[in-house]
Design a binder for this molecule. Structure first.
Ligand SMILES: [Cu+2]
Length: 164
């Protein structure tokens, strides 16, 4: 999974749009907060619509060492994150990661993320009868103070990370 996707960089440089299509799957609205000094990880959000039921099973990015799928749960007032193996994409339904209690965790950022930059992401989506489909997407780096959607306003940095 450590495949540095140079082609992804190239595509990201050409496209200002944050929507990408691959067959029957559309990815849009990707974004991540700019990082604070010393911060080497961050959570990215995006939305996926798949015409047939599928599963998001992984992601990579050239800007970090690894990308994990994380779920976020409120446990006795503490937000806890943990890695999940897959995120279900019901047929025809728009799945926004944040709203569904998930995010992409970019771990081991190689350089700070600055507002206005574009982070290339390659998503691995398991589609019945097609195996794993790779989709190039991107996330816009927004201001460090950019707010999460209303119900998910908890600051990512303050969450406890619970790894198996
Ligand atoms: Cu996380």
């Amino acid at each position: 999974m450590r495949n540095l996707n140079r082609f992804g960089w190239f595509v990201a440089a050409l496209l200002i749009s944050y929507t990408s299509f691959a067959g029957d799957i559309e990815v849009s609205g990707g974004w991540i907060r700019a990082t604070a000094p010393g911060q080497n990880q961050g959570g990215a959000d995006l939305s996926i619509i798949s015409k047939q039921s599928a599963k998001l099973v992984g992601a990579t990015s050239p800007v970090c060492k690894a990308v994990q799928l994380h779920s976020m749960k409120n446990m006795n007032g503490l937000m806890k994150m943990r890695e999940v193996k897959a995120i279900e994409l019901p047929a025809g339904k728009r799945v926004n990661l944040r709203e569904s209690g998930y995010h992409l965790m970019l771990i081991g950022l190689i350089a700070p993320l600055k507002e206005g930059e574009t982070v290339p992401l390659t998503l691995s989506i398991e589609v019945p009868n097609q195996g794993i489909v790779k989709i190039d997407a991107s996330a816009e780096v927004k201001s460090i103070t950019a707010a999460m959607p209303a119900s998910q306003g908890e600051d990512h940095h303050q969450m406890q990370m619970q790894m198996k």
